[in-house]
Write a protein that binds this ligand. Structure first.
Ligand code: NAD
Length: 353
């Protein structure tokens, strides 16, 4: 198939890991007979430096024209003044809104060889393979905000339509996995959560009767994620709860350098990015772990291009590379040999079936 992929390398290690993802996509295209073309555009600090705008018009145009968008990372100490009028993160938030990507998917998969890197005991991590689906464009982060000298408020609002569309994304994912869906809310306290629970129960009963459904309050979910993580398959929740739970879930895997993400909407291009930031402390050294970016490219193949076999083969190649012993600095244990970003990428390409 032919596809146009817009690459937004961004800042810090963003360009390094984006280059790795592109090499893997090229290798997939060659092996499976696809024709991927790329357009590279500026975002974040790099765009501020060059044009004075974290999301230039040409970048928006390149993203709107693409079948999928891949982002490295944005931000860094050079642009981190909290009082600055223009900040790199604004570019990313605006891009998510322009692309209409309301569903943020964050899979957490444990590679048995890396279980030692997690703060949790290895036996708790056995079989962990879950995905958190976070609502990305509604809720308290986007409601009206007020501030006086001694009080402040943030409005949390959800509509039935916003809840239905995100729960459908999660339910469809669960159907293609182990058939288990956990909905997380705070229905004992919040009106938005009571609506969330009513809409979710009705929709799942009507449209997805075959799923095994569990409902948890967010405080309990935070606990269960640590005490029985292997029992979760797909977790769906609203924006702020998802923000917190996805970071908690990412710690199960030990390193930020392993975890991908996808942000999806109804029709336009999905946005794919590793969950880590620009890692300024290791930028430019050629030592960043490219696995999160390459796993994000696998999600791009699956969700935007519909290439499931290709996506699975990239994910298997990452797993084989890890079990073969290649380790970037962030996942290195004593006695193991360290490889660079380029060597890790080359090994993953070698393992592609
Ligand atoms: P970070 O994820 O950049 O780094 C945290 C730690 O993890 C660092 O020690 C870093 O070296 C390490 N790390 C991260 N990714 C790695 C990889 N692929 N390989 C090896 N080690 C890796 O988080 P931070 O330090 O809090 O933020 C740095 C900058 O990134 C900030 O400006 C922040 O705003 C930005 N940020 C951007 C995004 C994004 O673009 N979506 C996300 C988070 C943070």
């Amino acid at each position: 198939m032919a596809a146009l992929i817009t690459l937004l390398p961004g800042d810090g290690i963003g360009p390094d890991v984006t280059a790795s993802a592109r090499q893997v996509l090229d290798a997939v295209a060659e092996r499976y007979g696809h024709d991927f073309s790329y357009r590279e555009a500026l975002i974040g600090g790099a765009a501020i430096d060059e044009i004075g705008n974290p999301l230039p018009d040409e970048t928006i145009e390149a993203c709107e024209a693409a079948d999928a968008v891949f982002l490295g990372a944005v931000g860094g100490p050079r642009w981190s003044d909290p009082n600055a009028a223009i900040r790199p993160e604004q570019g990313l938030l605006e891009l998510r809104s322009i692309l209409g990507v309301y569903a943020n998917l964050r899979p957490v998969r444990i590679y048995p060889e890396l279980a030692g890197a997690s703060p949790l005991r290895a036996e708790l991590l056995d079989g962990v393979d879950l995905i958190v689906v976070r609502e990305l464009t509604g809720g308290i982060y986007f409601g009206e905000k007020t501030r006086t000298s001694d009080s402040a408020s943030d409005l949390c609002e959800y509509t039935s339509g916003e809840i239905e569309r995100i729960v459908r994304v999660a339910a469809r994912l669960a159907e293609g996995r182990r058939g288990k869906l956990c909905s997380v809310d705070k229905a004992n306290v919040l009106e938005t959560s009571r609506l969330w629970r009513d809409v979710t129960n009705r929709l799942l009963g009507e449209e997805f009767p075959g799923l095994e459904v569990e409902t948890l309050l967010v405080d309990a979910a935070a606990m269960h994620l640590l005490s029985r993580p292997a029992e979760f398959d797909v977790i769906v929740t609203e924006n702020m709860f998802g923000d917190i739970l996805t970071d908690e879930a990412s710690m199960l895997a030990g390193s930020l350098g392993m975890l991908p993400s996808a942000s999806l909407g109804d029709s336009r291009a999905g946005l794919y990015e590793p969950i880590h930031g620009s890692a300024p402390d290791i930028a430019g050294q050629g030592i960043a772990n490219p696995c999160a970016a390459i796993a994000s490219a696998a999600m791009l193949l699956r969700h935007s291009l519909g290439l499931e076999d290709e996506a699975s083969s990239v994910e298997s190649a990452i797993a084989d590379t890890i079990s073969g012993g290649a380790r970037t600095a962030d996942i290195l244990a004593e006695g193991e040999t360290r490889v660079s970003t380029d060597q890790m990428t080359a090994e993953i390409i070698r393992c592609l079936s």
